[in-house]
Each structure stands twice: as structure tokens, then as C-alpha cells.
Write a protein of this length. Structure first.
Lengths: 281, 777
């Protein structure tokens, strides 16, 4: 009657998948629980069965092979902040500044991505690192690029019975300059930007950029990347400032408690400019 | 008063520190459940303004474990028209003094108005059941601002009234129109203070209600233990002496910890079921219990060419929310503090308060002063800017000097009324100097002198409160037990600011004892030791003096007992530092307090020797300030760094100065100034209860952001004036509220010093700065 909550400890991904299929809408994969548990507590979720994916041993590793870094979905933010500092410095920076110590020491990267909150710290760096996610079930595995996985605010391409088991990011070769920028209001990010660029003789020869938290859609900014490539670094500021309409369209900012859409687009421009200027926080 | 003040006592640890840092302090949610305890969950309206057509509890009542519902259809013969939130005798504009009832009968008037209470065997079931109660509404248009509420043809929130005006009042002296006409320069400005929530660390609304044939016991964290008694006796027809209100440890209050309608319903359900009923408040309950008034402060000030004020004319538009609660009290408090602390030949303020469809607002630490101080202290900087004078110099020129009278005569609502305020007893120059020195500011303006993206600015604000207003008679009792331990009995809850510590210091000093000899008992109402409540900077003065008086009475009693047991007359005995001596007796032959008690009372469980003390100010005819013993000032200076690209505001440094009269306990006094500054920081930079799309949008910590330690300077230097000239014990004054109202204007003034623009509404957000600078449109 008082809706007891069950926690289940699967021995394998296949078993976890079976459990989730069985529980249907009343079941959920459970990592750190930092988003899910408050929802259940406030009776905004129908979940009564938690399938503890932390119990799965192979979801805890961070492993590098070649240029790729495979991050197990149950790796906690605080662990990630140190584990990928040299290979994925912008992700490490994002993870180190995310939330607060309690959230960082409890929340997991997989939980963060599956919740698909448009206000997500790790997403902008992961987009720049061309991240893919691995979705596992009793039927096997499939891999999706992160942009295809994040289908909308609080929506993902995860199918019933699927578990996000790992995130795979591609480290950038030496020669890429990286900068992560974040603006927060009392602990909550209002805009974040990740920019990696290559400079040759003062010219931007390659650039990747992504913005998160500012709008409904965290995005790689392909059009802006193409426009900036080949420009002298000194011309970047004006070019980005001219991209206001593009950013508004792509990011989908909304008026909310943390500011108007216009303000958030402005912050995106400021952060991208700072990152392209190579500012470090 | 025997003995001098022992400075060592001011440095003792607080009485509550160990329990609080180890987690052993028992707050309401920690109190063990008495046998048979059941749990209540409130049913709250989901609309901001709607007629209640039907309440359908069938699904809830069918849930196993549900024990019943208290709503308009299940009243057990009780009349729910009991006034909740009566505030110190102030009356509603159109008659009745307060209009929030135990539960909503005809309409819901704010998002979360109480419809009833479901009780079940356990908390989770009760909450689930509350969700299952279906309510049919006829929606009515909600009104979320003074302007909407006062517009022609606005729907009525209280249909027994002709309009949505809750109350109004005006105060003036001198000839304002002539003063403005004679000015060389008239400057107008307006500043809006939004609705805010107190947000104490502990939720608002938890209680343990036990209604038995032998009496009523209500455990709740509250600052006013006698307040609920009248409401309980009125609803249930029980005798006041059968009602016992008890307080556990309290996790902050700031005005929010009053009896709530849901607690009255919990008592009603306890009465029906014959079992204790516990309420466990959630954040949603907290945000729907009380609020701070929103207020638009509009003013015009006249100046001479050399920077002297000639007149000030203020109009206030105040939003009190759905019920009267503190409306007239707050209307008056904002009005009488709208002149700041300045020399004004003429002053006029007109305040009007409207009902809106928001959570009813009431007392909030520095009630009314946050609204008025934001207005007047920003206006002062704007005036200084207009005549190109430094704000510090402008204040020095216009602030009241020590010994200067505030005004010759008030007119209250046009009628002359006596002023019984003392002349200014505060040296603001000194307070300003100390606050400015605390942040290393020389008073020179910064604006326009800095390049680059990040610019810094300094700002200050002054506050003034009428000190320790009348609050009826205050009683305290001091008792000496058979072990020689002194107990202080009283009814002054410690909200976290250190009331118990203060009373211990006062009693130890008054008796000439060390602090270890004195135990301050928890607040208790069954002794009938009346106290208006820990509020309004009253406690140190009223309860402190009552304890001093009780200590003197105890010493008299001990002398009388010594005469009975050891001979002589009472007058022949003196008691100093815990030892009694008879006149002409050899030194070293004194009698200890313990022996005095034992010689008379005989052993454990024997007589406690008692002294009863009382304190009160004379009745006053002053309808403006309500009588007061002193002025309570504050000065606060800040340095901010503004990022002109993002609008981010970094509070680099903050320092405060106040007038303690005498510091009775240094850590507590420091906490009052610096803690007030931190509370003020949230109000300045972040806090606003937002209503949109028909309801309350951010009634939780995710949407209502509070500052953390990272958002305030790591040190907040404070300084106290200590001239021993206050009306409290050992010359103390009250100082609980003097820094809270300063922060918003000081930060706004610092923003103007940094980037040249003032914001006209709180909170002072990065986006508002960028809009004022024209960076974001």
C-alpha cells in the first residue's frame, strides 16, 4: 500500500535487462540515484523496482585503447574527474565542477546521460570528443553516437530492457587546444561550452565546439565550426557574435528561473568566445 | 544589580554547540513517536484561486491504513472559522483581525491552500492518500501582484470585502509639498522587493499533536509558545491551562515558525482518533506556509544644492498574499522605516496593502525593513550620484547625529500623535567608518576608473530599527535547587541565535556566579511565565531584564531564608559570588548557595528556592513606533566584482557594524550580524518566490536557489559599538535584524559604483545587470 521500494542486484547485463523488461514502467536502472531517488521520494515517479547496475562489475572501468577511452556507465563523477584528466581534459574539468561533492561522489556518468536533462555538465565535452554510447541487453549490444542517443529533453533512444553500459570517447591528438567554460548560478549550470581547436600561424585550421545547459538541446555547432575554420583567430570573436540567430535556433533556449532565452544565448556566445580565445577557467 | 559584568562569560561556548555539532540535538522530526502515533498528510489546493465545488475522498478513505480525513465535510462539529495568524493585535482594514481559517471552506486562495488532512497508520500511506483525494474546482482568475489585485474590476479574493485592499496607512511630518517645491533638485526612483521565503534549514510545518481527555500537548518548533494557545482554545473549547505547547530544538525560524492550519487539523484528528498525530513537513509544505511581502517602494526626494535633504515622499504598494496574517503590522513597519535614518524636515509615506493569490505573507526577520531599506538606501546613493558627491559623504551630511530628535510630531493617518521615541542614540559616522574599514574601502568612487572585463565597486547601506518595541509583560523565574544549581525558567525559544546562552550569561552575571552554576531550562508555558515571543529584537531586552529581575528576587528570597535558618534579619545578609555572609561575620565563614538550599529544604527533592522576575515598558500612546527604549542601527559595506560580459556578481568582501550596547555573548552577537549578512546575501542575489502560469513555480530548493558558503566572503568582519547604554541587561541592546536589510541596497550601490547602473528590483541578477547595461535586450 505504501509502495515499498525494491532494490534488485543483477549478476549480469543480461539479467539486468530481463529484470527491466519484467518490471516495465515500474522498474528503472539505478546507478547513483541522484536524480531518480528524489523523484521517487516526491512521488513524481511510478518506479517501485530499482535494478542496481552498480552491481555489474564491468560497468566500473575506465580503459584507454588507441585513441579511444571507454568509460563504464557506473563510473562516478568524482572518479571520472581524475581518471580522464590527461586524455579527456575538458570532460575531467566538467566532472570536477558538476553539482556538489555529494552528487559527484554518488552520481554516475551513465545515470547522467540516461536522465537526458538538457542541463548536463558532461555532455558538451563528450560531444566534442565524438562520444558514442553502448546499449546492452539480453539480445546483445548496439552502439549509438551520443547525438542520436539524446533524442530530446529527458528522452533517449534507449529501448525497453536496454542498459547504457559504456560511453566511448575519442581523445584528441596532441596539437589540439582545449577549453571548457561554465557559468553557474548558485550551483546550477546556466551555460557550458567545450571547444577544441588547432591553430597554425594564427589561423584556426580545425575547430570543434559544443554547448550544453543553455537550451533544450545540447549540440555540436557544426555550422559555426565550418564558418570558423580557416579564419584568423582574431576574427573569431566577431564571427561568433554574429551567430546569435543560429545559436538560438540550434540550442533552443527557453525563458526560465535561471534567465531568459536571450540571456542564455548571450552566455553561449560569451563562453564560446572565451573558449576560442583559449581561456582556461 | 550585584557585581559588574564578567567579560569572561561573553567568551564561553554556546550552550547548544555540542548537541548541534554532533547531531544529538533533538529537532521535531527526531522526537520519538509516542505509543500509537499516526501520521497526517495535508491535502493542498492545486489552484491559486478557485471555488471548491466538491471534495471526493472516497479513493483515499478506501486505502488500507487510512484512518480518516478532516475537511469541510468532516469537521466533527467544529467550526473551522478560527483565526490563524493573528499578529499582535493588529486589525484588518474592514473589521476582523485575521481571516485565514483552519481549512479552506469556500475557496482556495493560493496554490497550496489547505483543504484538509488525511491521517493514516504510516506516513507514506497518508501521503499517498492525500494525493488520492479528488477536488472539483470552479477556477477563478488568480492575481499575482498588487497592480493586478488593485485594478478596476479585479476579481475579489475575499468576497465579503468591497475590493482587494487589505489595509492602508499613512504617516507624515512637516510639509512635504513645500519641501519638494523648495528643493534645488528633486529625484524620483522606485525599487521593488519581491516575494521571498524564509527558508530555515528545518522545514516549516512539522509537529506532534496529542489531544487527550486530560489536555492538549502540541510539540512544534515555534518562536512564540503562547501564540497557539488562544487558537487551540477557540477551536476546541478547551481551557487555556489544559494546553501545553512545547518546543524541541529549532532549526531556524526567521519568522516562519508559527502554528499552521495543518497543525490545527492534526489536533482535530488526534481528538477524533484518540491518538497522537505527527506531521512531517516537506519542502512543498514549507513554501506554502508563509512568505515575505512583496513591496514596490516609490519615492521622491528633494535636495538643496549643497546636498541636504529637504523632503521625502514615499508611496508603497505592498502584496500580502491571500490572507491578512501580518498585513497591517507589515504595512506599518515598512511605513515607519521608510525615512531611513536621515534628517528630514518633511516626510510622508503612504502604504497600501493588497490581497493577492499568493502564499500569505507574515513576519520575516527585519519585518518590513528589508523592503524600506532597499528603497531608501538605494535612493540615497542615487541622490549622491546626481550631485556628484561620494555616498559616504552624502550620508555623513544627512544622517541624524547622536542626540538629534527624529521628529517633533507624527501625523498618523493625518491625526497628530505623540512621538515617544528617544533622540538618536547612535553614532552612524563610527559605524560607517568601521564597516568601510572592514572591507578596506576609503570611500572613493570607482566607476569609470577601471578597464577590462571585470570591474569592482564598493557600496554601503545603513539600517535603523526601533528597538525592543512593547510586547506586554515578560516573566521569568530563577530557582536554586538542593545541589546549589540555579535554574532559569522562561518561555523564550532559542531559534538557533543563542537565547539560552544569553540567558545563562545574564543570570550568572546577575547572581555573581560562574556559568557552570546556571542551567537554562527549555521554554515552558505551563508555569504561566508569559512572553510575547522570540521576535522583533525583543528577547535580550525583555527576557534578559526579566531574568535579572528574577535573580534579584531570588537573592531577596535567599536572604529571607537565611534569616529563618541562620538567624538575624534578611537585611543583615549579603550574597556575593555564591557565598552568603551575615554582617559583621568573619571572612571565610560564608555559606554556599547549596547549603542555603539544604539548610532549608533538606535533601534531594526538597524545596527549590525561587525568585520571580518581570519586565515591561510603559504603555505608550505612540502609534508609530509603538514605544521603544532605544534605536538599533546597522551599517554594512560590500565590495563586489562584476563581470561585464556575463553579469556575474562576485561578493568579494563584506563587513558590518552594529550597536550592541554591550555584547553579552560574543559568538552569538557576531553570528547575529554575520548570519544576518548571509541571509541578506540570498535575498540580494537570488531569492524570489516566482508565480507564473497560474501557480507557484519554484517552491523547492531546486528552483529557489540559496547561497552556499562558496557565495559569501570567507570572513565577514563585524564590529560592535559598546557603550553600555541600552535598556537591556548590563546596558545591552537588541541587534538581530540590523544587517539583513542592508545587503541588497549595499550590493546594488556597489554595482552602481562598479558599472554605473542601479537595478530597480531584487534579486540583483546577472541578467538584470546585462539588461541595464544594454548588453542583453
Amino acid at each position: 500500500v505504501s509502495r515499498p521500494l525494491g532494490v534488485f542486484f543483477p549478476a549480469s547485463v543480461a539479467e539486468a535487462s530481463t529484470m527491466l523488461l519484467e518490471f516495465g514502467r515500474t522498474g528503472a536502472a539505478y546507478g547513483g540515484g541522484v536524480k531518480l531517488v528524489p523523484l521517487i521520494r516526491d512521488r513524481q515517479s511510478d518506479v517501485t523496482a530499482l535494478v542496481d547496475v552498480k552491481a555489474l562489475s564491468d560497468l566500473h572501468d575506465v580503459a584507454a585503447s588507441g585513441g579511444a577511452v571507454r568509460i563504464g556507465a557506473a563510473v562516478r563523477h568524482a572518479e571520472l574527474a581524475t581518471a580522464v584528466r590527461s586524455r579527456l581534459p575538458m570532460l575531467a574539468e566538467a566532472e570536477a565542477r558538476l553539482g556538489n561533492p555529494r552528487v559527484r561522489s554518488q552520481g554516475t556518468i551513465g545515470g547522467n546521460l540516461c536522465f537526458a536533462d538538457p542541463v548536463s555538465d558532461p555532455v558538451a565535452p563528450l560531444l566534442v570528443y565524438d562520444a558514442e554510447v553502448t546499449l546492452a541487453s539480453a539480445a546483445g549490444e548496439r552502439t549509438l553516437p551520443l547525438p542520436e542517443f539524446l533524442t530530446g529533453p529527458f528522452q533517449t533512444a534507449r529501448r525497453p530492457g536496454e542498459i547504457l553500459s559504456a560511453v566511448r570517447a575519442r581523445a584528441l591528438e596532441p596539437g589540439w587546444l582545449q577549453s571548457y567554460q561554465r557559468i553557474e548560478r548558485f550551483g546550477r549550470p546556466v551555460a557550458t561550452a567545450a571547444v577544441a581547436r588547432q591553430l597554425t600561424d594564427g589561423v584556426l585550421t580545425a575547430i570543434r565546439m559544443a554547448v550544453s545547459c543553455a537550451g533544450q538541446r545540447p549540440r555540436r555547432l557544426d555550422e559555426l565550426e565550418r564558418g570558423l575554420t580557416g579564419l584568423a583567430a582574431g576574427q573569431a570573436r566577431a564571427f561568433i557574435a554574429g551567430a546569435r540567430d543560429y545559436l538560438t535556433r540550434v540550442l533552443g533556449p527557453r525563458d526560465d528561473l535561471f534567465g531568459s532565452a536571450a540571456y542564455k544565448t548571450h552566455l553561449a556566445i560569451v563562453l564560446l568566445t572565451r573558449a576560442v580565445d583559449g581561456e582556461q577557467p | 544589580m550585584p557585581g559588574d559584568f564578567q567579560d569572561g562569560l561573553a567568551a564561553l561556548p554556546r550552550t547548544d554547540w555540542l548537541g548541534k555539532v554532533t547531531g544529538q540535538a533533538e529537532y521535531i522530526d527526531d522526537c520519538p513517536d509516542p505509543l500509537g502515533t499516526v501520521f497526517g498528510a495535508p491535502i493542498r489546493g492545486t489552484q491559486s484561486h478557485a471555488r471548491i465545488i466538491r471534495i471526493r475522498p472516497d479513493r483515499a478513505l478506501a486505502l488500507p491504513g487510512v484512518l480518516g480525513i478532516f475537511d469541510r465535510d468532516h469537521l466533527d462539529g467544529l467550526d473551522p472559522i478560527v483565526r490563524i495568524g493573528e499578529y499582535e493585535g493588529h486589525t484588518r482594514q474592514h473589521g476582523e483581525s485575521a481571516d485565514q481559517h483552519v481549512l479552506a471552506v469556500d475557496k482556495v486562495r493560493f496554490h497550496g491552500d489547505l483543504i484538509g488532512l488525511v491521517v493514516a497508520d504510516d506516513l507514506a500511506t497518508a501521503r499517498l492518500a492525500a494525493d488520492l483525494v479528488e477536488v472539483d474546482y470552479e477556477p477563478l482568475p488568480p492575481l499575482f501582484s498588487y497592480r493586478e489585485a488593485m485594478a478596476d474590476g479585479a476579481p475579489l479574493i475575499h468576497e465579503d470585502l468591497p475590493d482587494n485592499l487589505a489595509c492602508q496607512g499613512s504617516f507624515d511630518w512637516g510639509d512635504v509639498d513645500a519641501g519638494l517645491a523648495a528643493a534645488d533638485l528633486v529625484v524620483g526612483a522606485s525599487y521593488y522587493t519581491p516575494t521571498a521565503f524564509h527558508h530555515p534549514m528545518e522545514s516549516v510545518g512539522s509537529c506532534l499533536a496529542d489531544f487527550t481527555a486530560h489536555g492538549v500537548t502540541l510539540w512544534l518548533p515555534t518562536n512564540k509558545v503562547f501564540n497557539p494557545v488562544q487558537q487551540i482554545t477557540e477551536l476546541f473549547g478547551v481551557a487555556a491551562r489544559d494546553v501545553r505547547v512545547r518546543t524541541p530544538a529549532i532549526g531556524g525560524a526567521f519568522g516562519a515558525k508559527q502554528i499552521t492550519p495543518a497543525m490545527m487539523c492534526a489536533l482535530a484528528m488526534s481528538r477524533r482518533l484518540g491518538r497522537p498525530v505527527r506531521l512531517v513537513a516537506t519542502e512543498a509544505d514549507s513554501f506554502r506556509s508563509t512568505a515575505r511581502h512583496a513591496c514596490l517602494f516609490k519615492a521622491r526626494a528633494g535636495l538643496t544644492a549643497d546636498g541636504r535633504l529637504t523632503a521625502l515622499d514615499v508611496v508603497l504598494e505592498i502584496d500580502t498574499g491571500a490572507y491578512f496574517t501580518g498585513a497591517s503590522m507589515v504595512n506599518r513597519q515598512i511605513c515607519i522605516s521608510s525615512w531611513g535614518c536621515y534628517r528630514l524636515p518633511a516626510f510622508r509615506v503612504r502604504g497600501r496593502t493588497a490581497y493577492t493569490s499568493k502564499v500569505p505573507a507574515a513576519s520575516f526577520r527585519a519585518t518590513g525593513k528589508t523592503e524600506s531599506t532597499f528603497g531608501i538606501e538605494c535612493l540615497i546613493d542615487r541622490l549622491a550620484q546626481r550631485i556628484e558627491m561620494s555616498p559616504a559623504e552624502f550620508r555623513r551630511r544627512n544622517v541624524l547625529r547622536p542626540g538629534e530628535p527624529v521628529t517633533g510630531s507624527w501625523r498618523v493617518d493625518g491625526k497628530p500623535t505623540p512621538v515617544q521615541a528617544p533622540p538618536m542614540d547612535v553614532d552612524y559616522d563610527q559605524l560607517m567608518d568601521r564597516a568601510m574599514a572592514g572591507i578596506g574601502w576609503d570611500g572613493k568612487p570607482n566607476v569609470g576608473k577601471q578597464g577590462g572585463r571585470k570591474v569592482r565597486g564598493h557600496g554601503m547601506a545603513l539600517s535603523l530599527r526601533q528597538g525592543a518595541p512593547a510586547g506586554g509583560r515578560t516573566y521569568a523565574m530563577v530557582a536554586l535547587d538542593q545541589q546549589g544549581q540555579v535554574h532559569v525558567y522562561h518561555a523564550a525559544p532559542d531559534l538557533g541565535e543563542g537565547v539560552a546562552t544569553m540567558l545563562r550569561v545574564v543570570a550568572a552575571n546577575a547572581l555573581g556566579l560562574d556559568a557552570g552554576s546556571v542551567v537554562v531550562e527549555p521554554p515552558e508555558i505551563t508555569h504561566g511565565l508569559k512572553f510575547e515571543g522570540t521576535a522583533a529584537q525583543r528577547t535580550t531586552i525583555h527576557m534578559g531584564n526579566a531574568v535579572v529581575s528574577a535573580c534579584a528576587a531570588l537573592l531577596d528570597e535567599l536572604r529571607a531564608v537565611l534569616a529563618l535558618t541562620n538567624g538575624g534579619t534578611a537585611e543583615e545578609w549579603t550574597i556575593e559570588h555564591g557565598m552568603a555572609r551575615r554582617r559583621d561575620q568573619e571572612a571565610g565563614q560564608g555559606i554556599s548557595l547549596r547549603d542555603i538550599a539544604r539548610n532549608y529544604g533538606g535533601g534531594e527533592g526538597g524545596t527549590e528556592l525561587k525568585g520571580l522576575g518581570a519586565f515591561g515598558f510603559p504603555r505608550t500612546q505612540d502609534r508609530a513606533f509603538g514605544g521603544l527604549g532605544h534605536w538599533a542601527p546597522g551599517a554594512l559595506a560590500v565590495e563586489v566584482e562584476v563581470d561585464t560580459e556575463t553579469g556575474e556578481i562576485d561578493l568579494v568582501a563584506m563587513a558590518a557594524a552594529g550597536d550592541a550596547g554591550r555584547v553579552l555573548h560574543r559568538a552569538s552577537a557576531t553570528g547575529q550580524l554575520s548570519g544576518g549578512a548571509v541571509l541578506g546575501t540570498g535575498l540580494a542575489l537570488s531569492e524570489e518566490v516566482v508565480y507564473a502560469d497560474g501557480g507557484l513555480v519554484n517552491g523547492d530548493a531546486a528552483g529557489y536557489r540559496l547561497p552556499s558558503a562558496a557565495n559569501v566572503p570567507s570572513e565577514i568582519p563585524v564590529w560592535f559599538a559598546e557603550r553600555g547604554d541600552g535598556p537591556g541587561p548590563f546596558g545591552a541592546k537588541g541587534l538581530a535584524q540590523v544587517t539583513v536589510p542592508c545587503v541588497t541596497p549595499a550590493v546594488n550601490n556597489a554595482i552602481m559604483d562598479a558599472v554605473g547602473v542601479h537595478l530597480d528590483s531584487a534579486p540583483l541578477t546577472p541578467e538584470k545587470i546585462l539588461r541595464a547595461l544594454g548588453v542583453v535586450r
